[in-house]
Design a protein around this ligand. Structure first.
Ligand SMILES: NC(=O)c1ccc[n+]([C@@H]2O[C@H](COP(=O)([O-])OP(=O)(O)OC[C@H]3O[C@@H](n4cnc5c(N)ncnc54)[C@H](OP(=O)(O)O)[C@@H]3O)[C@@H](O)[C@H]2O)c1
Length: 323
């Protein structure tokens, strides 16, 4: 099979297209014929191995342990490990796996679900990491309700494009923030207001019931001034931190400060499991979310896809079409 290979951490120059054996599933694994794979900021972090802190979480200290990049996947089940009972050969699935930038990949039954029937494989591959992050932030942490005002910083990107749709579908009043190129998309996804972070005046915004802090890395004090007295801040991500720990310091400070203030400050650590993927599928089926796909690349242009996402200005999602 054709597969993308990354033997070491680095820029997109470490990405090669190679021929490899099709991987055989272990007892608890599903073999997937990959139809499409998603690209997100996590892919870029795992390519570069930065922030360095992430290497301590089992990804490989000096070189990546899994040499084929890509986690988000949509495809067809082609073989089953002996202990897998939840899927059958021919099932169309989506979720996360190891090495989705290849013609075949292996995934655990626990992090896959049946694909939404109304979506193409490309659309389904855009869902897993970003939509689950948005879902956890809005439902589990912010516990957003109809009529509440939510500010979404980074609303035009992968996570933000799902967060805007989800919040809108719940009946919340959404203010989305991006650069000038993302404002039209944010409005089209259901935001009542779309604000440009390159202009002055954002700091004067006040009284939000919830803030989803997906980009920008603004200081916690500034975000707290924009929240209502009992508001909730969900720190999701930033690319502003240094190469060693990234934005972890700000996330830790939010968690430490929270018990001492009237507002709730919380850092999200998202993960994709079958339960969350099924919840996402139900939201797709209900018409609450549809992936906004900016661009699809063929497998042999995976490096360009990762570079584009790494530059940090995607409009919605980027996917790789494999078959
Ligand atoms: N906590 C978790 O579990 C978790 C899970 C998933 C992702 N993340 C993190 O979340 C972050 C976002 O991920 P993503 O995949 O959504 O990234 P993305 O697709 O690159 O989107 C980021 C968006 O942020 C906007 N942006 C950039 N600077 C901004 C600013 N100063 N103010 C407001 N918006 C700004 C960009 O819009 P413009 O193009 O207009 O600049 C871009 O559309 C990353 O750091 C990622 O690592 C965390």
């Amino acid at each position: 099979m054709k597969a993308i290979l990354q033997r070491r951490y680095g820029g997109v120059e470490v990405v090669e297209l190679v021929e490899r054996h099709i991987p055989e599933p272990a007892a608890n694994q599903v073999q997937i014929k990959v139809m499409a794979a998603g690209v997100d900021r996590g892919t870029y972090h795992l390519l570069t191995g930065k922030p360095y802190l992430l290497r301590l979480f089992g990804f490989g200290l000096r070189a990546p342990k899994v040499q084929t990049p890509g986690r988000d996947v949509a495809g067809v089940v082609t073989a089953l490990g002996s202990a897998v009972h939840g899927f059958k050969i021919g099932d169309e699935v989506f979720g996360v796996c190891q090495g989705s930038y290849a013609e075949y990949a292996l995934g655990s039954e626990r992090s896959l679900a049946l694909k939404p029937e109304t979506l193409s494989f490309q659309q389904a591959a855009a869902l897993p990491a970003s939509s689950v992050t948005a879902l956890r932030a809005i439902r589990e942490v912010a516990k957003l309700e109809a009529g509440q005002r939510v500010l979404i910083l980074g609303a035009s990107g992968g996570v933000g494009s799902f967060a805007v749709q989800l919040a809108h579908s719940l009946g919340a009043r959404v203010t989305g923030v991006s650069g000038p190129g993302g404002l039209e998309l944010i409005r089209s996804l259901g935001a009542e207001r779309a604000l440009d972070y390159t202009l002055d005046g954002l700091e004067a915004e006040k009284d939000f019931d919830a803030i989803l802090d997906i980009a920008g890395g603004r200081p916690l004090n500034q975000l707290r001034r924009m929240l209502s007295r009992k508001g909730v801040l969900v720190v999701i991500g930033t690319e502003q931190g240094g190469p060693w720990t990234g934005g972890v310091g700000r996330s830790l400070r939010a968690n430490l400060l929270s018990p001492w203030v009237s507002q709730r400050l919380s850092a999200l650590v998202s993960f994709e499991d079958a339960e969350a993927l099924v919840a996402v599928r139900e939201l797709v089926d209900a018409g609450a979310i549809t992936p906004a796909i900016e661009r699809s690349y063929p497998l042999d242009q995976a490096a360009q896809a990762i570079r584009h996402v790494g530059e940090g200005h995607t409009l919605g999602k980027v996917v790789i079409t494999v078959a």
